[in-house]
Design a protein. Sequence first.
Lengths: 218, 103
Amino acid sequence: MHEHPHDHDGHSHGHSDPHPGVRPDADDTLSYYQVMEIAVRELLIEKGVLSADAIRREVEKMDARSPALGAQVIARAWIDPAFKAKLLERGNDALVDLGLERGPYRLVVVENTADVHNVVVCTLCSCYPRWLLGLPPDWYKSRNYRSRVVREPRAVLREFGLDLSERVTVRVHDSTANMRYLVLPARPAGTERWGEQQLAAVVTRDCMIGVAVPTASS
Amino acid sequence: MRSHHDMGGLPAGRVEATGHDYALWEKRVDALMELLAGVGRMTVDELRKNIEAIGPDAYDRMTYYERWIHSISQTLIQRGVITIDELGRKMAQVEARHKEEGR
């Protein structure tokens, strides 16, 4: 099969996978595409296009990004009204104020209120504010989420355990290539006396995508 | 006609809150894309174009970063950075090396 790297139809993955994007580890064998990754990487290094060191550093940079960065932004917005105003108006500039990466795309922050709930998707692929949240979870990239959340968001949110009142307007934001959305959740009741660190601890990745809401007990 | 990747609004199954820790090879694919974009050897539009060109059956069968590495190698071939023969030969070498090491 290695004679035809362009022909993925000739290659069998064995069994059908109930969770696209997730396959059990097979530490002793390399899959066709793992072989392709090694081959492409080595060719690029041999040709001097990229260096092994640069690739290693890029992976380390990626490992350092996690939803904790986004949570830090949300917690600050909850305690500092001026920061929150700037975050909603000029998201990337607000990130720089916190000492975070400005990010390669325009950041659009959408605020949850008592009347409005926001949820984010990329129906065409997998656009995601990676510099604030790290790599996206598998379900975010799945056919089921991408297809359905724009048509029946309340049903999809119920599948995540979030049952919204009919009084609440649900806004679904479909990402484009040039911008990224981040949901600013509503500050949970019972956290009035909490400090910034404690607040950040209840802001999960799913809250910032909009498929969950933070609670004081979470 | 609607392309296969353009799936917004279509009927589909229940959303299972799946996730997995990304394997090192997947992170490396991601890193290759970032770095190639950084040195002007590939654009995100090319990444998408070559993913969107994958047939519906293969698209659904491949995992996320399998689509990416496929698209990256297609783009590098299209741009003449590597040839299809070089890639085929290198893949054969990698497989042979791995079998050798596995003994």
